[in-house]
Design a protein around this ligand. Structure first.
Ligand code: ADP
Ligand code: MG
Length: 238
C-alpha cells in the first residue's frame, strides 16, 4: 500500500499562491528528501500534511485513510521542527510523554515506548534533564525521540539538522540512516544539504515556484535533471 498520497494540494496566503496543484505518492517506508530554495513552500506543505495549516484544495491520504479533515493528533504523523520546540519546564521524559498522555496511551505503554526510543537514540542518561541542561545535538535527539514515541506512520522532519555543527550533523545523519532501518514508517525530510539528501533519500523532490519540479532517485536528479532550474539548483550540467 502507498504511504502518503497528496492529490491536487493548493495553498495561498492572501493573494499569494505558494503551492499549486501538488501531487505526490510515497511508497511504504520510503525516505523522501525535499530540496528547494527558501520560500518555495516546503514547510507549508509539511504543515498541511501535519494538520498545522489547512490547504485551500486537494486531498491528503495516509495508508489508505483520508486525513486532511482530521485534527493533528489523529493523523498518524509526527513532525520535528528546526527549532525543536521542547517544553522548557519539563524533563526529557515528560517532554516525550506529553503527547501520549493527551492521547490517553496507558502509563505502562508510555514508559515502554520511552525506554525503547531512548535506547535507539542513546539518550537514556538524559531522561531526567531539562532542555536547558543539554547541548543542541542532545536536544535534537530528544526532539526525534518525542516523534518516535508516537509510533507514527509518517515522520516529517523540517531541516532537523540545520542547527547542528558539521561534525554533529554527520553523526546525526548516520543515526537517521540507522533509524530509517528500524522504524516501520515513511519519512519526509526538508534539507538545505544536498549531500544529506543524496545519502539518506530513496527519492528527492525538488520544489520551486509553487510546484514540484522533479521527483526521482538521487542519481536521476543529478544525472538527468528535468529542467534548467533543477540542473542549476543541484549544480549538475544542464
Ligand atoms: P520554505 O519552507 O520552502 O522556505 P515556506 O513554506 O516557509 O517555504 O514559505 C512559502 C511562502 O509562503 C513564503 O513566501 C512565505 O513567506 C509564505 N508563508 C508561509 N507561511 C505563511 C503565513 N502563515 N502567512 C503568510 N505567508 C506565509
Ligand atoms: Mg522552511
Amino acid at each position: 500500500m502507498a504511504s502518503l498520497e497528496l492529490k491536487g494540494v493548493r495553498k495561498s496566503f492572501g493573494s499569494t499562491s505558494v503551492l499549486d496543484d501538488i501531487d505526490l505518492t510515497l511508497d511504504a517506508r520510503e525516505f523522501i528528501a525535499f530540496l528547494g530554495p527558501s520560500g518555495s513552500g516546503k514547510s507549508t506543505l509539511l504543515r498541511i500534511i501535519a494538520g498545522l495549516e489547512t490547504a485551500d484544495a486537494g486531498e491528503v491520504w495516509l495508508e489508505g485513510r483520508r486525513i486532511d479533515g482530521l485534527p493533528p493528533g489523529e493523523r498518524g504523523v509526527a513532525m520535528v521542527f528546526q527549532q525543536y520546540a521542547l517544553y522548557p519546564h519539563m524533563s526529557v521524559r515528560e517532554n516525550m510523554a506529553f503527547g501520549l498522555k493527551n492521547a490517553r496511551v496507558p502509563k505502562e505503554e508510555i514508559a515502554r515506548r520511552i525506554t525503547e526510543a531512548a535506547r535507539v537514540l542513546e539518550i537514556e542518561p538524559l531522561l531526567d534533564r531539562r532542555p536547558a541542561e543539554m547541548s543542541g545535538g542532545q536536544r535534537q535527539r530528544v526532539a526525534l525521540g518525542r516523534a518516535l514515541v508516537k509510533e507514527p506512520k509518517l515522520f516529517l522532519l523540517d531541516e532537523p539538522l540545520s542547527n547542528l555543527d558539521a561534525a554533529l550533523r554527520l553523526r546525526t545523519r548516520v543515526e537517521l540512516a540507522q533509524l530509517k532501518q528500524r522504524v516501520d514508517a515513511a519519512v519526509i525530510m526538508v534539507t538545505h544539504d544536498q549531500a544529506e539528501a543524496m545519502t539518506l533519500a530513496d527519492r528527492i523532490v525538488v520544489m520551486n515556484d509553487r510546484k514540484i519540479q522533479q521527483v526521482g532517485p538521487p542519481m536521476e536528479i543529478y544525472g538527468r535533471p528535468a529542467n534548467t532550474f533543477v540542473a542549476q539548483f543541484v549544480g549538475s550540467p544542464a
